[in-house]
Structures are given as C-alpha cells and as structure tokens.
Design a binder for this molecule. Structure first.
Ligand code: COI
Length: 351
C-alpha cells in the first residue's frame, strides 16, 4: 500500500552550517522530520515537516510510565551519490516487537519503510561522505495520553528524525563488568528497544567512567555471571579460532549489526557460536592467552574494539595488534554500506 504524506518544507535549511569533517554524534539535526499520530486506533496525520519542538502536556504518560520505544539505523551513500539503507525491514520488525512488549500500537511495516525512504531521500544531502560517517536515523514512538494512572495510553506519536554522525567511539573502548546492578532478566524488557533500558544503564555507566572505563558490560540478573551485552552494543569474543557471542535469551537486544556480523563471519569460514558465556570464562581465556579479541557491535558503534576489560579486581588488557577480525568486520560493513564491497547478502536498498 502507498501512503500519502503531507509535506511542508523548511524556509531555511541549516545544511550549510554543518562541518561534515567534524560532527559530534547526535547533536546536529537535519531540516525535516516525519510525524504520525495514533488516534482512535489508527495512524493518521502522516506528514513531513520542518524539525521543531513538540508540545507535550505535563501529564504525558510517556514521561510518567515510560511507554517510549525507538530504533537506530543508518543511511550511507555510494560513489554515484545514491542514498543507501542497511536492512531497513529488520528495523521495522524490531520496532514492532518493541511496541508489542511495551503495549503500544504496531506500525504497518510498509508505512515505517515508506516514511524512512521518503525522509532519507529528502535529506540525502545531509549524508556525510566520509567512510565511517553516516546519516543516523532515529524513529521513535511515545505515549501521548494526558492521564495520571498506570495503563496503556490510547494515543501515540511516531517521529523519525535524522542526523549526520561521525563515529560513536573514536578509540578502543574500556569495559567494566557490572556485578551489582543488572540490566535485564528473561521475561523483562531487555529485548525491547525501550528508553528505560538505557536510563537503567546511566548510573553504572557514570560509575564506570569515574574509574576510567567507557561503558558497562552487563551480566545476567540471576547468577551475575553470564555476559549479556554492553550499555551501547552487543558483544563478541574471539577465543582461539571460535567467535562467541551471547545467545539471544530474551533479555538481550537482537542487534541488527550483531546478526549481520554472524552472517559475515560464517561466510568467511569462522566457527561462530551463540551460547551462554561467563565472565569467568572470558577472564580465564584472557589470562591463558586464548582470548584474541573482544569487540562490540551496534548501529551507532558499528564495530568497536575493546582494549580493557575489568571484572572485580582483575583487569585484562587486550593486545590491540591482534584485532584482525574486528578491523576486517569494520571495513567490510562500511564497504558494503558504501558499495565498495559486494553486498552478497542483499542487505542494501536504495532510499
Ligand atoms: C544504536 O546503536 O543505534 C543505539 O540505539 C545505541 C545508542 C548508543 C545510540
């Protein structure tokens, strides 16, 4: 089905003010956003408008009871200037999985995709040209009822806005395994891309930063020994010649970069295992020399090598000269994204 969007263009583009060689992550926004309202059980007011503040009542239920979900995806460009999207259909499906868990309405996948395509096509001049940079796309949905009382809202707003970004991490990351606070338990909301999961990471991440670490590595909420993910990404370990990543147990985010990496590594001939992995196994592998590489993956972070891992009073320092797989992974996914490397899996679509 094709949807009709009401389009209002900005009178004054701010594109000329952007320095594409120096774009801090998440602070520079393009000119237009897509907006839709969920009222009386249907998505309506489908429009593209200049980016502007939205008016929200103090009784807005998203603020009080946390019905807020989002996605993160990227648009890149090829040498011919085509705007490219990476596996957008998986983002549409994951947005709806988050919506179901948070008792929010789903968006028809074709509406989500048409909105992304139309907005990115309109804003394609905002896609930074440098490899590793991209137009970060942030679709999100929030409750809009003005009611104090714990129940699902009946009205919602869905917005997509986009921003040119450079790398999320500019240096290898230092991780602190968290054994006091937990992110999620099976049956909770860990698998949903909901705002509260990120709010829950802020105190431990701040504590980690005070100790000189960039992010928290989460352990499971029951035994506090199985590794789940990092505050901003999924996690991979190369132990001898095996690539290991925690299995999707319902408590960790089903990362689209994670999924793509598994396919790329398998295609390259690696043995990739999705299984429970304990922090003790990793620390032991670090001590006996079998831990070759640790890296995180995510839309924002892409592939981020880990240089240090702390657990209790032990610190592992990873040899950054051995980061062959993560380097290859980073270059390959960026190459697929700007069509300098063959897209064997058919992940790229033109906006
Ligand atoms: C993403 O990787 O897109 C996320 O949503 C995580 C956040 C750190 C930006």
């Amino acid at each position: 089905m094709s949807y009709k969007f009401q389009v209002t263009k900005t009178q004054e583009s701010s594109l000329s003010k952007v320095d594409f060689n120096n774009i801090p992550f998440g602070k520079t926004f393009s000119d237009h956003m897509f907006v839709a309202d969920y009222i009386h059980g249907e998505w309506t007011n489908l429009s593209i408008v200049p980016v502007a503040k939205i008016q929200v009542h103090p009784g807005n239920m998203a603020w009080h009871y946390g019905q807020a979900i989002f996605e993160g995806m990227k648009a890149t460009r090829d040498a011919a200037g085509h705007a490219l999207l990476f596996r957008p259909e998986l983002h549409a499906k994951r947005m709806n999985a988050s919506a179901r868990r948070m008792c929010m309405p789903e968006l028809p996948e074709d509406l989500f995709l048409q909105a992304i395509h139309t907005l990115v096509d309109m804003e394609k001049a905002w896609i930074p040209p440098a490899a590793g940079s991209a137009l970060y796309i942030r679709p999100f949905m929030i409750a809009m009822d003005e009611t104090i009382g714990v129940k699902a809202s009946e009205t919602y707003k869905f917005i997509i806005f986009v921003m040119p970004v450079g790398p999320y991490y500019t240096n290898p990351v230092k991780l602190l395994a968290q054994d006091t606070y937990v992110r999620a338990v099976v049956g909770g909301v860990g698998e949903a891309k909901t705002a509260g999961n990120y709010a829950a990471s802020l105190l431990p991440a701040t504590m980690a930063r005070k100790e000189g670490y960039d992010q928290v590595m989460w352990l499971d909420g029951v035994h506090k020994k199985y590794i789940q993910e990092v505050g901003t990404m999924n996690i991979f370990f190369v132990i001898n010649d095996e690539v290991v990543t925690p299995n999707l147990d319902g408590a960790i985010l089903d990362g689209i970069t994670r999924n793509s990496m598994i396919a790329l590594f398998k295609d390259k001939g690696y043995k990739v295992t999705e299984r429970p992995i304990t922090i003790d196994e990793v620390m032991d592998a670090g001590k006996n020399g079998s831990l070759i590489e640790v890296f995180g993956t995510g839309t924002a972070a892409v592939v981020a090598p880990v240089s240090h891992l702390k657990y209790k009073d032990q610190v592992l320092e990873l040899d950054m000269n051995k980061r062959n797989l993560s380097k290859w992974a980073y270059e390959t996914i960026n190459g697929i994204r700007n069509r300098t490397i063959e897209d064997k899996f058919g992940w790229i679509v033109e906006a």
